[in-house]
Design a protein around this ligand. Structure first.
Ligand SMILES: Nc1ncnc2c1ncn2[C@@H]1O[C@H](COP(=O)(O)OP(=O)(O)OP(=O)(O)O)[C@@H](O)[C@H]1O
Ligand SMILES: [Mg+2]
Length: 225
């Protein structure tokens, strides 16, 4: 099967010269959920940012749906992100002075669509992440775990082909985390999206199809089941 995300022989060093990883390769197929583990500072967030076209690399190639990121300009990358990628940032990036509904609906607001329809979809996503009918609440009033779930709802609402999630359950209790992980698994398996999930959680690694550990020599399989 053709892969949705393809990382080929990537090398990345940080300003100052330290090499984070070298010759890193990975293919994620449609419908596949891959977990990435690794020590703090090993470069997991950097790798996700690179896959989203938010950070450059020193050598190698990144293809999304067969499209080479290096051949796209800033506008092309922005369009690709809007259309194809759902990103859950480690630091959420939720806008405090918007309601939950407006935050979750952001990826839809850029496409043409009926406002009532967009609101209904946002509310349905908010319900799915366990925040019931709180769409009219303001994001500034939310707890850390609630903000995290709003970030997840926003990342999934436009049914992206590629889901990139950085520690998406780090602020959640184990029961809520299990529900959210199931949502990621459903989003990939049912809609044929590819998912890359950075995690420290054994539960997250266990629900993934494969778990890989990131080290300076690249990605290696780990057995967590
Ligand atoms: N602009 C930069 N300048 C210098 N060092 C950087 C820069 N960006 C990232 N780094 C370094 O690169 C390394 C990898 O960072 P990254 O955030 O990807 O790690 P991580 O695996 O996500 O860690 P964590 O599990 O703590 O989130 C870190 O040591 C970080 O300090
Ligand atoms: Mg990180």
């Amino acid at each position: 099967m053709t892969s949705l995300l393809e990382l080929r022989a990537l090398t990345k060093s940080v300003p100052g010269g330290r090499v984070l990883f070298q010759d890193l390769s990975l293919s994620v197929a449609p419908g596949e959920l891959v977990a990435i583990v690794g020590e703090s500072g090993s470069g997991k967030s950097t790798l996700l940012n690179m896959a989203a076209g938010l950070e450059r690399y020193d050598a190698g190639q990144i293809l999304i749906g067969g499209e080479d990121l290096a051949l796209l300009d800033e506008q092309g990358l922005t369009d690709l992100r809007r259309r194809q990628i759902g990103f859950v940032f480690q630091a959420f990036h939720i806008l405090p002075y918007l309601t939950l509904r407006r935050n979750v609906a952001l990826p839809l607001a850029l496409a043409a669509g009926d406002k009532n329809d967009i609101d209904a979809r946002a509310d349905a996503m908010i319900e799915l992440v366990g925040l019931g009918n709180r769409g009219s609440d303001y994001a500034r009033d939310l707890s850390g775990g609630e903000l995290q779930r709003i970030a997840i709802a926003r990342a999934l609402i436009h049914k992206p082909a590629l889901i990139l999630a950085d520690e998406p359950t780090g602020n959640l209790d184990s029961e809520t985390a299990a529900r959210i992980l199931q949502l990621f698994a459903d989003s990939t398996r049912n809609s044929g999206s590819a998912g890359l999930l950075v995690t420290h959680s054994a539960a997250a690694a266990a629900i993934a199809d494969r778990t890989l550990v990131l080290t300076a020599t690249g990605l290696a399989p780990v057995n967590v089941k």
